[in-house]
Design a protein around this ligand. Structure first.
Ligand code: NAD
Length: 267
């Protein structure tokens, strides 16, 4: 299975190139970067700290889609939307891990998934996908006397907040309660906010150091508190999960799939 990595010079891109090399049955088709990137023409394997592959990073994503069975994309929203359209045109499965997509961006991904298999996840780790199920189940079991808060911490370079995983956990908890997150989410608190609104799901964001990704879902009543926490120790974890998703997607019918489908957690 030939896997292409768009954004292969990025923090996750390099990890993804390494994960392809470490995954039996997967072979690197090549890598692309933004057209203005200094990495164009470099060897993606060498950038990832591996022996030379003889491949050269291209600025033309279409070229990469045409020689790949699946493409993995951890880049930026504007690039991911363009890559989803290319996936649909070339029939190449796509694994988009980019977070911070707007509703319009997401609609374009869903449109592309009518023509090709896309496995999209805010987080490709097994642990977080188990946590999503736990958040939904716990919220379904507890009444509105339990306030739900989601706390996340990431490294200082992260550009979007709350994290895609925090929002996915919010959606899971809201689903458990039978409500729509968009109508109950409390994403920013500053100054004289007034009391907490009953039934809202709150978010708090911490940024600092090189933290790979910590997430907690907190259920707090007057008398007790449940906290479920996941801590990622190495971003290679997300890369390995995304390559597993790419291998899984290569023979799937068009559609928008989740990591829970890949892991068989909903069966
Ligand atoms: P980064 O800035 O280090 O890397 C992004 C790379 O994409 C850069 O090298 C950039 O040049 C490249 N890029 C931008 N536009 C491009 C284009 N048009 N074509 C090709 N390449 C292009 O960022 P990062 O830390 O690697 O994170 C990337 C994204 O992945 C973020 O949205 C982040 O939140 C997300 N992420 C998701 C998960 C997950 O499990 N879903 C895990 C970690 C990070």
């Amino acid at each position: 299975m030939k896997i292409g990595i768009v954004g292969c010079a990025g923090r996750m891109g390099r990890m993804l190139v390494k994960a392809v090399a470490e995954t039996p049955g997967a072979e690197l088709a090549g890598g692309s970067e933004a057209p203005h990137s200094d990495a164009i023409g470099e060897d993606p394997a060498v950038l990832a700290g591996l022996p030379a592959s003889g491949l050269k990073i291209t600025g033309d994503a279409r070229e990469l889609f045409e020689v790949s069975d699946a493409v993995v994309d951890f880049t930026a929203p504007v690039a991911t939307v363009a890559h989803a359209a290319l996936a649909a045109e070339t029939g190449t499965a796509l694994v988009p891990g980019t977070t911070g997509l707007s509703a319009e961006d997401q609609a374009k991904i869903e449109e592309a998934a009518k023509a090709v298999a896309i496995v999209q996840a805010a987080n490709y780790s097994v642990g977080v996908n188990v946590l999503l199920g736990l958040a939904e189940q716990t919220a379904a079991m507890l009444g509105p006397e339990f306030d739900i808060e989601i706390l996340e911490m990431h490294h200082r370079h992260k550009v979007d907040a709350p994290s895609g995983t925090a929002l996915a956990l919010g959606h899971a908890a809201a689903k458990g309660r039978g409500v729509d997150l968009d109508t109950v989410s409390d994403r920013v608190r500053d100054g004289h906010t007034g009391e907490r609104t009953v039934g809202n799901i709150g978010f708090a964001t911490l940024r600092g150091g090189m933290v790979v990704g910590d997430h907690s879902v907190i259920f707090a009543s007057d008398d007790e508190r449940i906290e479920i926490t996941h801590k990622a120790a190495d971003r290679g974890l997300f890369a390995k999960g995304a390559i597993r998703a790419a291998l899984w997607a290569s023979d799937k019918a068009p559609g928008l799939y989740s990591m829970r489908d890949v892991l068989g957690l909903d069966k």
